[in-house]
Design a protein around this ligand. Structure first.
Ligand code: A2P
Length: 344
């Protein structure tokens, strides 16, 4: 009875999606439809290119609006989910935040800003209130998100001495352009988004190269892991690779712990971890794969085994749908947690 009373009194929020016509934006809409947030109204934004077109969402047609400096004025929007590229976020996130909305931004622009929380809800929901400083919450990089869900309980129980990431990332992580390059490449067409063909190939470059010799994607994984785990001095390195897979990032993760451990205890810990599914039975040939993780929300772990080359180390394989948990689902979960904290 009390619960029902509470629901009846619960505020209904106005929610905007910026970049609603893009790869992640469309998934925002699907995840919002699935999760049914307490929303009274939705507003969809994109560039002038698609302004005026209609999108079927929540059982009715929504007209896409052009994102301009004044577009949010007077609408009373509470939460704005952004996935319209870094440049758009840089310019418009502060403008939208100034209009009174909390921006949940999927680009990398604000992630390392000390006044912006970088959130994976299962890992550090406690950081969300820091949005009050700038009105922005950053959604981490797709490869980082899935690793965080698996690593957090291990960091708490055993302490992390060193982490080595090697990734196998899907083309959908590069937006519509990346997706089309694989689709058309399979028919023999030349790539438009990537520098080289991705069909029947593997590209050891994601994003631009930095002076250090690392790519920006690798640097993101390193810096974002430290921020989310609140371990600024964590020894962590990464090699990020694009593979000809449409959906789902895979990662080989090697971890050294501070403390001794038992493999069976790590597995048990993971089985009790929210958002994580253990698929690990080598006798039956069971392990996570992107084809089967696609279009689902959990993070999958398997191939768990002791690294005999160091004192306290493990190797494991970690897979998740990069557009769902790696982007849209995580952002919508942040919105849900934000609302939960407002209502508490
Ligand atoms: P549009 O479709 O009008 O170009 P993806 O990463 O899959 O390519 O998607 C990018 C998304 O970001 C699209 O929805 C795109 O809209 C949107 N977008 C790109 N530039 C802008 C901009 N300057 N203002 C608003 N939305 C933008």
């Amino acid at each position: 009875m009390q619960d029902r009373e509470h629901k009846r009194n619960m505020k209904q929020y106005k929610i905007a999606v910026v970049g609603a016509t893009g790869m992640v934006g469309r998934m925002f809409l699907r995840v919002l439809e699935e999760r049914k947030l307490p929303a009274s109204e939705y507003f969809l934004f994109a560039s002038a290119r698609s302004a005026g077109t209609t999108v079927e969402f929540m059982g009715k047609k929504h007209t896409v609006r052009e994102l301009t400096e004044d577009a949010f004025k007077g609408l009373g929007i509470d939460i704005a989910l952004f996935s319209a590229g870094g440049g758009t976020s840089k310019v418009f996130a502060p403008i939208v935040a100034a209009s009174g909305a909390v921006v949940i931004d999927n680009s990398s622009t604000w992630r390392m800003d000390p006044d912006v929380p970088l959130v994976v809800p299962e890992v550090n929901a406690h950081a969300i209130p820091e949005y009050k400083k700038k009105g922005i919450i950053a959604n981490p990089n797709c490869s980082t998100i899935q690793a965080m869900v698996a690593l957090k309980p291990l960091a708490v129980k055993y302490g992390l001495k060193r982490v080595v990431y090697s990734t196998y990332q899907a083309v959908s992580g590069a937006g519509m352009g990346g997706y089309s390059d694989l689709e058309n490449g399979l028919k023999g067409e030349a790539p438009k988004k990537f520098a080289y063909p991705i069909a029947f190939n593997v590209l050891p470059q994601i994003d631009v190269f930095l002076d250090t010799g690392y790519t920006k994607e690798e640097q993101k994984m390193i810096e974002e892991s430290r921020k989310i785990l609140e371990l600024p001095n964590l020894r962590v390195t990464a090699t990020t690779v694009r593979v000809p897979v449409f959906h789902g990032h895979s990662e080989s993760i090697n971890v050294e712990f501070e403390k001794p451990f038992e493999v069976a205890d790590v597995r048990k810990l993971w089985e009790e971890t929210e958002g994580l599914i253990v698929q690990d039975d080598t006798e039956k040939g069971i392990y996570p794969m992107p084809l089967y993780a696609a279009d689902t929300d959990p993070v999958y772990v398997g191939r768990l085994r002791r690294d005999f080359s160091v004192e306290n180390g493990i190797n494991f394989w970690c897979v998740a749908d990069n557009i769902r948990k790696g982007a849209a689902t995580n952002a919508v979960q942040i919105a849900q947690e934000l609302i939960r904290q407002w209502e508490a």
